[in-house]
Design a protein around this ligand. Structure first.
Ligand code: SF4
Ligand code: SF4
Length: 161
C-alpha cells in the first residue's frame, strides 16, 4: 500500500500509536516507515524519547514513557511525518506541523483530512504555535471527533473560512 499509493496500511498506522490509555497524555506519533538517512526528530527531542541508534537509516522509535508531547520533533521533522496525539473525553487532540498558506487562526473550523486527502469531518483550530525556533513550520493544535483518532492526519481550509 505504501509503495503503490503512498499511504500506509491501517496496521502500519496502528503500529505507531500507543494504547489508548497512554493517550490520556499527549504523545508523539512518528509515521516514518522507510529506512532513510535522517535523524532531526531524535536530535531535537530534549527528553531523549526518540531512538534511532548508531545507524542513521534506522526507523525512529518513541519511548512513550519519556515523551512529554511537547511537539518539538513534529516541527523539526523535514518530512512532516510526526504528529502529537491525545484523547480527551469524546475528542482527539492533535498537534500537527503545517507549512501552507494561509495559516489557520485560532477558533476557525477547517476540514479534517485523512491520509488519502479525503475530508472526514471538521477540525477546530485550538491554537497555532509559530515561535522563531520553529523556522516557519507552524504547530497547529487541532480538535477532532475521537472517532477520527486513527484516520485524521491534517487540515484543509474551508473555502468560506
Ligand atoms: S513530542 Fe517532545 S518529548 Fe515527545 S518525542 Fe517529540 S520532542 Fe520528544
Ligand atoms: S526527522 Fe522525520 S523523516 Fe527524519 S527520521 Fe525522523 S521522523 Fe523520519
Amino acid at each position: 500500500m505504501l509503495y503503490k499509493e503512498g499511504v500506509p496500511t491501517q496496521d502500519q498506522v496502528l503500529s505507531k500509536f500507543p494504547s489508548i490509555d497512554v493517550l490520556i497524555k499527549p504523545k508523539a506519533i512518528i509515521e516514518c516507515y522507510e529506512n532513510i538517512p535522517c535523524n532531526p526528530c531524535s536530535t531535537s527531542c530534549p527528553f531523549g524519547a526518540i531512538t534511532i541508534n548508531e545507524n542513521i537509516n534506522n526507523i525512529p522509535v518513541v519511548d512513550f514513557d519519556k515523551c512529554t508531547g511537547c511537539g518539538i520533533c513534529a516541527y523539526s521533522c523535514p518530512g512532516l511525518a510526526i504528529t502529537v496525539s491525545r484523547v480527551k473525553e469524546s475528542k482527539a487532540l492533535f498537534k500537527i506541523p503545517y507549512e501552507f498558506m494561509p495559516s489557520p487562526i485560532e477558533g476557525e473550523i477547517w476540514y479534517a483530512v485523512n491520509r488519502y486527502g479525503e475530508v472526514i469531518g471538521d477540525a477546530k483550530i485550538i491554537k497555532v504555535d509559530n515561535r522563531p525556533s520553529q523556522d516557519k513550520t507552524l504547530l497547529v493544535h487541532v480538535e477532532v471527533d475521537k472517532s477520527l483518532l486513527y484516520d485524521f492526519i491534517t487540515i484543509r481550509r474551508k473555502t468560506n473560512g
